[in-house]
Design a binder for this molecule. Structure first.
Ligand SMILES: [Zn+2]
Length: 598
């Protein structure tokens, strides 16, 4: 059984022994050097035909070396304690850095070319690269000179990247003392947070209190790191002539400010919908009011349904089959060829992911499968990513393959909703249905409402720095609680130490990755709106969904939505997503009502 749920990575390469992989990684670097020698200093002179050759060749270079790179990376995520995995991980990181340095010139020179000859973007010969070139062109006004760009990269290493590393290392080495069933335990961060969803309310409360009281003690460290990273971003925005701190992320995510404004307005307007869910959850837990430590509590009467691997596979495949036989075929292909790693083991990366395999027109999925309903959800989610990869790799060039953050979760969240349908069909009691819908709403509440609070929090950080405020720990904490309370209203009671929640939110400390937050909100509402459309249109919707997923990044989110008949710059569109969430909520309310009467 355990053997069945380990993945088979040997398909990625023709020869999987360690020495061959290291040799293949060396060839990647050598190829990158050759490529640079051929093109550096010459891109600015290319005509349409030459540019096409350059772009195709660059794609081909990555595709040629994809297998060994993936193999080395995936082996390490599956078991970081394995000596061979360690060696290969080290080799792939070095090769990646080297190759990246060799190829860094290409984006910069491409920018210069498009500045000189903007007409190339619309040249018919470059049709397939049209949107890719549009995106490169949009960055041109914000590029510094080549030597300045190199200097920024070098200074970042010991600047914002060091602050980020410090935050990560400090968090991962904290130990927390917690009394569990009369015994005092020393727990790492990754261990103590599992008590957040413990059925025992006192354990949940105590774990939350211990973690945040402890983290608050180092507020000088966290606030200095955060302040430095945010202030650096504001400086760089000035240098690069961005009007607003959110603008670079809008370019990265290929969206317009008007769409995000409309989205956030809709979230604000619907805060009462979230309160309605939170109050229902309190009632289901038999409480007058939720404490923040109850947000992830399991419902007390929910049957403890266990899934073994076979049952999970069957349920997930059925869910995808109900939508489209082709989706089910690809999902089956993933299981059959052992592209999933489910076995929990020491040294395995925490969480779950799907790694796209472009040249194999497939994907690999990692998760730690423990037989809970949430593990089945994770599996459906990651396989939704896989289906996205099967579709886009068949339709797109590599440069257009990976969808940006706003669209990247479309297949995966949609897959979760298909699973929800399936689980509701399979459920044998109202309590089970309630538990399924609660899982859906817990996720939606966090990814849509809670994360929208983080968007406002991040905005307030930049506003404060611009206004000359010093961001010490208490100041940041006050801004955090303000943004949080705007979303939760009076539906939740917060422990005072929860004001330190921002200290461990990794995303705020990732260098050159600002405003990670709104794409999550975007993705939830976007997919919920699509799902509503599916409910209304039935099978007629299937080819539309396939076209959307096949597009990869060859079209902007606005364009993709337009092809479905939506305008993402309107509040009306985003409201459809909320409306679908309300459908789920109403179903929960009526089940809860029925339970009261039984
Ligand atoms: Zn995902």
């Amino acid at each position: 059984m355990a053997d069945q749920i380990k993945w088979d990575l040997t398909q990625l390469v023709s020869n999987a022994d360690a020495d061959s992989i290291v040799a293949a990684l060396d060839r990647l670097v050598a190829d990158a050097v050759k490529f640079r020698e051929r093109y550096q200093g010459r891109i600015a002179e290319l005509d349409a035909q030459g540019l096409l050759g350059f772009l195709d060749e660059r794609d081909a270079l990555y595709v040629r070396h994809e297998g060994p790179v993936m193999l080395a990376q995936l082996l390490y995520t599956a078991d970081s304690t394995d000596a061979v995995a360690k060696r290969l991980n080290d080799a792939v990181r070095k090769a990646g850095t080297r190759a990246g340095q060799e190829l860094a010139f290409s984006e910069i020179e491409l920018g210069s070319l498009l500045k000189k000859r903007p007409g190339l973007v619309s040249d018919p010969l470059l049709k397939e690269y049209h949107h890719y070139l549009e995106k490169v062109q949009a960055r041109v006004p914000h590029l510094l000179s080549e030597s300045e760009e190199r200097l920024v990269m070098a200074k970042d290493q010991n600047g914002i990247e060091a602050w980020s590393q410090l935050q990560q290392d400090w968090l991962s080495t904290r130990m927390f003392k917690m009394t569990v069933d009369g015994e005092v335990k020393d727990l790492a961060y990754g261990e103590i947070i599992s008590f957040y969803s413990d059925p025992d309310r006192e354990k949940r409360r105590s774990a939350n209190s211990i973690v945040y009281s402890e983290l608050g003690k180092d507020d000088i460290l966290w606030s200095t790191a955060l302040r430095s990273i945010c202030a650096d971003h504001l400086h760089m925005c000035e240098w690069r002539k961005y009007a607003n701190p959110i603008d670079p992320s809008l370019l990265d995510n290929d969206v317009e400010a008007s769409a995000i404004d409309a989205l956030m307005k809709v979230m604000r307007k619907n805060a009462d919908v979230y309160s309605r869910y939170l109050k229902l959850k309190a009632k289901l837990l038999g409480l007058d009011m939720l404490g923040n430590w109850d947000l992830q509590a399991p419902l007390p009467l929910a049957p403890d349904t266990k899934y073994d691997w076979a049952r999970s596979r069957e349920t997930v495949t059925k869910a995808y089959r109900s939508f489209d036989p082709q989706f089910a075929e690809w999902v089956t292909d993933m299981y059959e060829r052992r592209h999933l790693d489910g076995e929990p083991r020491k040294g395995k990366a925490s969480g779950a992911f799907c790694s796209y395999w472009y040249s194999g027109k497939s994907a690999y999925v990692l998760q730690s499968f423990n037989g809970r309903r949430s593990d089945v959800y994770t599996q459906a989610h990651e396989l939704g990513h896989a289906v996205h990869s099967y579709l886009a790799s068949r339709a797109q060039k590599l440069s257009n393959f990976s969808a940006g953050s706003c669209i990247a979760e479309t297949g995966s969240i949609f897959g979760e909703l298909l699973l929800t349908d399936q689980l509701l069909k399979d459920a044998t009691s109202d309590e089970e249905k309630l538990a399924v819908l609660d899982t859906v709403w817990e996720e939606f509440g966090m990814a849509a409402f809670q994360v929208s609070a983080r968007y406002h929090f991040e905005q307030s950080l930049y506003d404060a720095i611009k206004a000359g405020k010093v961001l010490d720990g208490e100041t940041v904490a006050a801004m955090w609680t303000k943004a949080r309370d705007d979303v939760y209203g009076d539906a939740v009671e917060w422990l005072p130490e929860m004001k330190w929640e921002w200290t461990m939110k990794l995303h705020y400390y990732i260098p050159n990755y600002r405003f990670y937050n709104y794409p999550y909100v975007f993705a939830q509402l976007f997919v919920y709106a699509l799902y509503k459309l599916y409910q209304e249109q039935g099978k007629a919707f299937v080819p539309k969904m396939k076209a959307l997923l096949s597009a990869g990044s060859s079209k902007s989110p606005a364009q993709l939505a337009k092809e479905q008949g939506f305008d993402i710059a309107t509040e009306e569109f985003w409201q459809k997503g909320i409306d679908q969430a309300v459908v789920f909520l109403e179903r929960m309310e009526s089940l809860a009502e029925g339970r009261g009467k039984a």
